[in-house]
Design a protein around this ligand. Structure first.
Ligand SMILES: Cc1cc2nc3c(=O)[nH]c(=O)nc-3n(C[C@H](O)[C@H](O)[C@H](O)COP(=O)(O)OP(=O)(O)OC[C@H]3O[C@@H](n4cnc5c(N)ncnc54)[C@H](O)[C@@H]3O)c2cc1C
Length: 541
């Protein structure tokens, strides 16, 4: 039986990050990936036409530059280069208007004032109050011990600012957006919050919108030159260099638990033993199924039963014969474009999806990677990436209330048409530029990456009661699990979704700390005994 210090299940960014950290510490590590290629949701594929390289999942990385994560810090020597469109993001409105997120508060405020004079000042006020602390707020979530970064947040905000920030953390983005007068500025702030699976009234969406906009303004909304798959290639190259044995096309069928401890896995008919740790870089439900529910105490199982998945996702790759013909010029220069005419429409779209309905007018998150990175498409051509939140299995259609619920096999084409109509409304003639497209229903996403169960791209809802110590549940304390030697390194663990590798990195650090603790305690004990013996000898003298 093959024998390793650690076995990592899942070769997405988190699995690779975990494997690297363990190997760096001198552990022998084997990583098993079910698919034939590594990367999970961090892959770039020619899903439409030859020469058009589409990000299958993750595409934009505003949180990477300011983060201490492995993806942000360690991959430049492996050819990972972040590149920027002229503007980080934009939001079009009826009447050929748009608001752009610029690279400074002045630039963004000017764009807001162009649509509604006076709202720019409200942006300045938000930026001045909270812009600088967002980096520390982000970094706090990406560390095992966040106290130093939290102290920086509090140090900068002082007591009254800190209380105001705490209020924003528990606010919906709709409440934060009420600082603006115009519906357009409110919608502009709401757009980034819609990356998450929540309604704009839900707590946590306010701080999420500020995180993306404030960091996007300071660090841009970069994409990776050559595609997100380059991050995976960089991580894999580093892992191999560090001695990690990587096996693709090998699904883990079972995590073996003996006397309350994870001791190995079974994969493709082969048994592999893990002397120190099994790391599940997977969605938590899958981890429980693989280790067997009987391995967990009832309370921990109940926490997972009530851990809510995120909404489903309907994702589309478009190959275009030119740029999207946005009516508003800001959108023609932006990496990310949010489409949703008013905060009410965006709220309705999220509400409908959360209640099992296909949204009648879906909020769209769009990415124009080829603006920043011409290598994504043949010369003169472009790619477009986009998604909308939908129910995993719709029970009805808000756009056709009388229609009976239809499965994705009959709903995909009409829904894709609805998404394209949403773009066409702000970019007349868009459809004439489409050379080919590939739509991914929630089931298609899960088929391509088992960790995207039901098309949930976050491995568990972003809801505030599922963050930090509550992710995925209090018994799953900080990347450990109730089973000894078994760690959760997927995005169901803090800090959650994103290609940063932090969940994997932190799970690995936790495993290393747990392994070292008895030795450190023994050393400390031996030290104490030695000091005691010395003192006794001195007394005898
Ligand atoms: C459409 C979409 C858009 C997104 N946009 C962004 C974005 O712009 N920016 C961003 O930072 N993040 C984005 N994300 C989220 C981000 O991609 C994920 O949070 C991140 O990739 C999670 O990494 P992971 O390693 O935990 O899981 P995954 O990347 O899902 O990898 C899990 C891996 O485990 C493998 N696996 C599953 N079961 C087994 C098994 N039994 N045995 C062996 N292997 C197994 C899978 O095949 C997969 O390779 C997006 C995701 C999607 C799908």
């Amino acid at each position: 039986m093959a024998d390793f210090d650690a076995i990592v299940c899942g070769g997405g960014s988190n699995g690779l990050a975990a494997a690297i950290r363990l190997a760096e510490a001198g552990w022998s590590v084997c990583l098993l990936e079910a698919n034939d290629d590594l990367g999970g949701a961090a892959r770039t594929i020619e899903s439409t036409l030859p020469g058009f390289r589409h990000d299958f999942g993750a595409a934009f990385f505003p949180l990477v530059a300011p983060s201490p994560s492995i993806v942000g810090q360690d991959l430049a020597p492996y050819g990972v280069r972040f590149v920027h469109a002229p503007l980080p993001a934009a939001h079009p409105f009826p009447g050929n208007q748009a608001i752009a997120l610029g690279r400074s508060a002045a630039e963004t405020a000017a764009s807001i004032d162009k649509v509604h004079l006076g709202d720019g000042a409200a942006w300045f006020a938000l930026d001045e109050a909270f812009g600088a602390v967002m980096k520390h707020f982000l970094r706090a979530q990406m560390q095992r011990w966040p106290l130093q970064e939290l102290a920086k947040v509090i140090g900068r905000l002082r007591i009254s600012g800190g209380l105001e920030f705490a209020r924003i953390v528990v606010s919906g983005v709709n409440a934060v957006a009420d600082r603006f007068e115009s519906d357009q500025a409110k919608a502009f702030l709401t757009g980034p919050a819609m990356h998450a699976d929540l309604q704009p009234e839900e707590p946590g969406t306010g701080v999420y919108a500020l995180l993306l906009t404030m960091l996007g303004q300071r660090h841009g909304m970069p994409v990776v030159e050559g595609g997100t798959g380059m991050i995976t290639a960089g991580l894999a190259a580093k892992a191999r260099e560090d001695g990690v044995e990587i096996v693709t096309g090998r699904r883990v069928d079972r995590i073996v638990v003996e006397r309350g401890r994870a001791v190995g896995v079974e994969a493709g008919g082969e048994a592999l033993s893990a002397r120190r740790a099994v790391i599940g870089a997977l969605e938590v439900g899958a981890l429980v199924r693989l280790a067997g529910p009987e391995s967990f105490p009832p309370r921990a199982l109940a926490e997972i039963r009530y851990f809510r998945p995120g909404l489903g996702t309907f994702k589309v790759d478009w190959a275009l014969d030119g740029q999207v013909p946005w009516a508003a010029e800001e959108c023609r220069r932006a990496g990310v474009v949010h489409v949703g005419d008013t905060p009410t429409e965006m709220s309705r779209s999220a509400w409908e999806a959360a209640h099992g309905l296909l949204p009648a007018k879906p909020t769209l998150i769009l990415g124009q990677q080829s603006l920043a990175d011409p290598s994504r498409a043949p010369a003169g051509k472009h790619t477009l990436w986009g998604y909308a939140h939908v129910p995993a299995s719709p029970t009805g259609d808000a756009g056709r209330p009388r229609a009976r619920a239809a499965g994705w096999d009959r709903s995909a084409e009409p829904f894709l048409d609805r998404m394209e109509a949403g773009i066409e409304a702000h970019a007349p003639g868009f459809r004439d530029h489409i050379l080919a497209r590939r739509a991914w229903t929630p089931a298609d996403l899960e088929g391509a990456d088992a960790s995207l169960a039901g098309g949930d791209i976050q491995a568990g809802s972003f809801a505030i009661d599922q963050q930090l110590f509550f992710r995925p549940g209090p018994s799953w304390w900080r990347w450990g699990t109730p089973v000894k030697g078994l760690y959760l390194a997927g995005a169901s663990a803090p800090p959650g979704a994103g290609v940063h590798g932090a969940c994997g990195d932190l799970a690995a650090r936790q495993a290393l700390a747990d392994h070292d603790r008895p030795r450190l305690l023994a050393l400390a004990g031996a030290g104490a005994l030695g000091v005691g013996a010395l003192a006794a000898r001195r007394r005898r003298r």
